[in-house]
Design a protein around this ligand. Sequence first.
Ligand SMILES: Nc1ncnc2c1ncn2[C@@H]1O[C@H](COP(=O)(O)OP(=O)(O)OP(=O)(O)O)[C@@H](O)[C@H]1O
Ligand SMILES: [Mg+2]
Length: 267
Amino acid sequence: MYIGIDAGASATKTVVINKEGEIVSYSIVPSGINFKVSSEKALGKALKISDLSLKDILYTVSTGYGRALVNAEATSSEIMCVTRGVHKLFPSVRTIIDVGGQDSKAIRIDENGRVLNFVMNDKCAAGTGRFLEVMSNILGKSINELGILHFKSSKPTKISSTCTVFAESEVISHISKGSEIEDVIAGLHEAIAERIYNMSSRIGFEKDVAFTGGVAKNQGFVDALSKKVGLTPTLPEEPQTICALGAALAAIKKHGESASHSNLRSN
Ligand SMILES: Nc1ncnc2c1ncn2[C@@H]1O[C@H](COP(=O)(O)OP(=O)(O)OP(=O)(O)O)[C@@H](O)[C@H]1O
Ligand SMILES: [Mg+2]
């Protein structure tokens, strides 16, 4: 078995694949403050689901914000891993928009799955999952509820602040003036979609366009961003694990390379 561990700023994801590159199991756990602990927890959980043990693992690649702190044979960048994961599942995708807990990225790739260009926002919470987490707290609604309430809105409230802290005060003001909570939520999804659209526009939206990362599990956000981009996106069944899948696929490749190096040395 080959393992990919994506130690993200919010969540640590593990994907187990066999040598054919087929997904055997996966797990998602909160990252907390210690990536070593969260990665061991995620790995243990994924192995348990598939009734495997550490001795079944041939090679592990880690990626994500905390990748250097994870016990693995090699590391790989998130851009490479998201690309590899998407290209394996959806070879027709040419643009990827990944929205995680602490950053967002847009990646353009070619028909061979090679990265042509990318842009990233990791400097500001607006345009990341953190923005919606802050808003879900002040609205007293769970992250899951945001995606459901979005579709009950008939007139999304315009949120004009581009900063998370200022948008928070704006939301409180809208609610206190009597705006419907679902309209504020739909407005927040439009605001985050607008930021990500503006960032991604710098590299363009060649079809097909895939959405990945945990925030792609929020149907309200997916609706708002799809409308902005003007097309129906490719959505993986579990968008949050795509980067870890890419890391697991990198593990197959790196294991093959290390085996051929040692063969060369012994010949
Ligand atoms: N079911 C869900 N519905 C909506 N949002 C979700 C859901 N599950 C997770 N999220 C959001 O997804 C984000 C985490 O996504 P992800 O795991 O891709 O981020 P990460 O890889 O940890 O962060 P980063 O890539 O920024 O380092 C969080 O903001 C979380 O609130
Ligand atoms: Mg991530």
